[in-house]
Design a protein around this ligand. Structure first.
Ligand code: SF4
Length: 413
């Protein structure tokens, strides 16, 4: 193809986006390979305005909670987990500790916990049901998005029960949704190389399909920088769009948002590989990917920026690359933090700071709930007077005293 032909095809693809039309896999690949990054950003902002008109950028006050870090899956990009029997690093958090974390989240105005853990070989289905049941009965105001598809698959292996049965039982005791975790690159060529024991693509979507059938809240994630080719990224996006079309048609519901970030490899087996320098993605690559996802995923309502992995400054830029959401406060995050994400040194962004970031990027902050319903819009700085600050909620010294020294640090490294 000549340069002129490529330019013409790029212009046609971008025009399709600006006209509100769907673009093809080949269009996406072409834009990825050849389009100017600012032209893609412009198209992504157009798509964002078609789906979420206006200047409001939402965010969520929530906390990522890990019930255990014990895992048998040995993903090459993970520095979070401990092998079964590792009494130095391994843990299962008690209800007392989990309860304290939820109470702090509620005190900050939080509305959701995102609860995930390793693939513990010995925890029965009853453990998960009891845990969700206890949280829901004790803290009915908090939404519980828990257990990503790989955990549901693992619970199925341990219990012998179907995904439908497991999710039905968890929903019955108060689980509201599933995190989109464990997606990484949803192309088995890559998954077999970096996480061969983890859930494969068909099963990841299979669990999510059951979740959609049951009306559970779900999000879709994607992690780039595994030395994948652009076709692997497009395969992920294409499969996601196809599955979303199917879920919307069959159940009237599907993924409510998409968020991507670049892989973090510090202290992981990938860091020790001879290809270490080739893992990860630059800020420009992340922004280009985010914008491509926005224009391609025309049936997913929201795209979130990922400040915890990319940093606040790139998170702000992502709002000009089609994102309508700034993610969450991330009061606590332990998984990507352990592999070197921003949260390793800055474990949270309190609502007041999120508002500053959003406003300085030229948008209006609004708190949302887990289903992306806007709870409160904050057009003016004076509106922030009602916000609660993290230092008023989190007090490690008092927590240590109250828990007999069992305070769990915000970031486990
Ligand atoms: S990423 Fe999850 S499944 Fe993989 S080793 Fe870490 S805790 Fe286990």
């Amino acid at each position: 193809m000549t340069d002129t032909n490529i330019r013409t095809q790029i212009d046609e693809a971008l025009t399709r986006v600006h006209d509100g039309e769907r673009i093809s896999y080949d269009d996406g690949l072409l834009l990825y390979q050849h389009a100017d990054v600012l032209d893609i950003a412009d198209a992504a902002n157009a798509r964002r305005q078609q789906l979420n008109p206006g200047d409001v950028v939402t965010y969520l006050i929530d906390r990522n909670i890990n019930y255990t870090n014990v895992c048998i899956t040995d993903c090459q990009f993970c520095n979070f987990y401990a092998q079964p029997g590792d009494t130095t690093k391994g843990y299962i958090n008690s209800k007392a500790i989990l309860g304290k974390k939820i109470e702090e989240t509620l005190a900050l105005g939080g509305t959701r916990i995102l609860m995930q853990g390793g693939h513990h070989p010995d925890l029965p289905l009853e453990y998960y049901i009891d845990l969700v049941d206890w949280i829901h009965r004790t803290y009915p105001a908090i939404a519980i998005n828990a257990f990503s598809p790989s955990e549901i698959q693992h619970i199925g292996f341990v219990s012998g029960e179907s995904w439908h049965s497991i999710l039905t039982k968890l929903k019955a005791v108060g689980m509201t949704g599933l995190p989109g975790g464990g997606g990484e690159i949803l192309d088995d060529e890559i998954r077999k190389r970096v996480s061969p024991k983890k859930i494969m693509t068909d099963d990841w979507f299979g669990v999510m399909k059951v979740a959609h059938e049951l009306g559970l809240t779900t999000t879709a994630t994607m992690v780039i920088g595994f030395r994948e080719e652009l076709r692997h990224r497009m395969n992920h996006l294409q499969r996601l769009r196809d599955e979303q079309d199917d879920s919307l048609k069959r159940f009237g519901t599907g993924f409510n948002a998409f968020i991507s970030w670049s892989v973090q490899i510090m202290n992981t087996p990938l860091e020790k590989s001879k290809f270490a320098a080739e893992y990860g993605a630059t800020s420009t690559e992340y922004l280009r990917h985010t914008a491509i996802a926005r224009v391609f995923l025309d049936n997913l309502p929201h795209i979130s920026a990922s400040w915890p992995t990319q940093g606040a400054k790139v998170g702000q830029m992502a709002l000009h690359f089609g994102c309508d959401d700034f993610g969450s406060t991330m009061i606590e995050e332990n998984v990507v933090s352990a592999a070197g994400a921003i949260t390793k040194v800055m474990p949270a962004m309190e609502p007041r700071e999120i508002h500053r970031q959003i406003r300085e990027a030229g948008f209006i902050p609004a708190q949302r709930d887990t289903d992306y319903h806007t709870m409160k819009v904050y057009p003016n700085i004076s509106d922030d007077d009602t916000l609660v600050d993290l230092e008023d909620v989190l007090n490690p010294k008092a927590d240590a005293d109250a828990n007999g020294g069992n305070w769990q640090p915000l970031t486990l490294v």
